[in-house]
Design a binder for this molecule. Structure first.
Ligand code: HEC
Ligand code: HEC
Length: 348
């Protein structure tokens, strides 16, 4: 019996080690091919029971998202750091908070974050509903006293009307505020990119170079990007230390380790989506890299710092200049077809 188990175990190990290669070999790189269907995003992100994203909820969430009166100094809204002008981020290396304080981490885009199963660079929030009150309460961000904010919302005629149509029978409180904001965030979606058109069979949607870049992206012996940027939203919802130079500094940001004290998680951060990536420079949680080409070069040399590197990272990638350019071209084909965002009218 023991022997059978041992043989079985070795077999599993063998399968696991050749998994990535097999996966790669199973793809056929022609427009609309069945083997690539896994990269097609569902039309809408999933939502929790009790928060069906009705039109009224999304509209209310949008108003809250853009309303600077939800901050202590009345000068900062969610959109200050997650602005549609900058790919729903802020174009800064790391965020600027209350009283222009420079914060330790970059504002991630909120595009497609509704598809992700875990939130924040260190994964400290499970859902968008869990996340939404955090920035308002945080002294370094919107810095507002939550009980007084709730009191104000409950006295504002416009908000009273919006809440009663969005959440009839429910109170105006932290729960409904979070639910409305989360419903709005789930509409900030990047789809219908040229890559998606190609997946759906439009042969002309991608150039030869972009298809080459996609192949390199998936090839475990070339770009190896898919080892972490997997699935239709290009993230494994996992955490990795990718050897950024900031990890080599004194007292570096421990990232996921602050939530899960496992050695592997020291300096590990959440794998971000790559959809709409051309709009959200500078890159990484420390904002240390300004161009996509330099991002690929970072991976090509296996990171800047080697301590505690993710096992999914390769120490060196065999990529020439043309191949690096092809991977960048592929990433730029992931930009969705966005409608203009119109600012909401704030309720009085
Ligand atoms: C001062 C800038 C700032 C403001 C204001 C702000 N955020 Fe953020 N946001 C950040 C930063 C920085 C992070 C990452 C923090 C971390 O991971 O430690 C973040 C993370 C997030 C995430 C997680 C995204 C992901 O992919 O993991 C969501 C969702 C989010 N913010 C929504 C909001 C909402 C909703 C508001 C308003 C209530 C808001 N933010 C206000 C800077 C800001
Ligand atoms: C070991 C897992 C892993 C591999 C392999 C990997 N990435 Fe990443 N990627 C991540 C993680 C984790 C981050 C965020 C790291 C941080 O900020 O600390 C990231 C960040 C990025 C960003 C910046 C995103 C943003 O919003 O700031 C880009 C672009 C990117 N990766 C592209 C690629 C490309 C292209 C490849 C292949 C050449 C690749 N990645 C390989 C895990 C990986």
């Amino acid at each position: 019996m023991k022997k059978i188990i041992a043989v079985f175990f070795c077999y599993i190990l063998f399968i696991a080690s050749s998994w990535a290669d097999n996966d790669y070999k199973s793809y056929t790189f022609t427009a609309g091919h069945e083997s690539l269907k896994m990269f097609i995003l569902p039309e809408r992100p999933p939502f929790p029971t009790g928060n069906y994203p009705t039109k009224e909820r999304v509209e209310l969430g949008k108003v809250l998202f853009f309303d600077a009166r939800l901050s202590g100094d009345k000068n900062m809204s969610c959109a200050t750091c997650h602005s549609p002008l900058f790919g729903w981020s802020d174009a800064l290396p790391t965020a600027k908070g209350s009283k222009s304080m420079v914060l330790g981490r970059a504002s991630p885009t909120i595009i497609n974050t509704g598809y992700n199963s875990i939130q924040m660079w260190d994964g400290r929030k499970k859902s968008l509903e869990d996340q939404a009150m955090g920035p308002m309460a945080a002294a370094v961000e919107m810095n507002i006293d939550i009980p007084s904010l709730m009191k104000w919302l409950n006295q504002n005629e416009g908000y009273k009307r919006l809440f009663s149509t969005a959440y009839p029978g429910e109170k105006i409180n932290e729960k409904t505020v979070s639910k409305a904001i989360a419903s709005y965030e789930r509409t900030i979606v990047s789809r219908n990119s040229r890559f998606d058109h190609w997946l759906n069979g439009d042969t002309a949607a991608l150039t030869k170079e972009e298809i080459k870049g996609f192949k390199l992206f998936l090839d475990p012996n070339k770009g190896n990007c898919v080892a972490c940027h997997s699935g239709a939203n290009f993230t494994d919802n996992g955490f990795h230390n990718i050897g950024l130079s900031s990890w080599g500094e004194k007292n570096p940001d421990m990232g996921r380790y602050t939530q899960k004290p496992l050695k592997l998680m020291k300096g590990a951060f959440k794998t971000p989506t790559l959809r709409d990536i051309e709009f959200t420079a500078p890159y990484f949680h420390d904002g240390s890299v300004t161009t996509l080409s330099n991002v690929v070069k970072h991976y090509a040399k296996g990171g800047e710092v080697s301590g505690n590197l993710s096992p999914n990272m390769k120490t060196k990638l065999k990529l020439n200049t043309k191949e690096i350019a092809a991977i960048v071209a592929f990433m730029k084909s992931l930009s969705g077809d966005h409608k203009k965002t119109m600012l909401p009218e704030l309720p009085l």
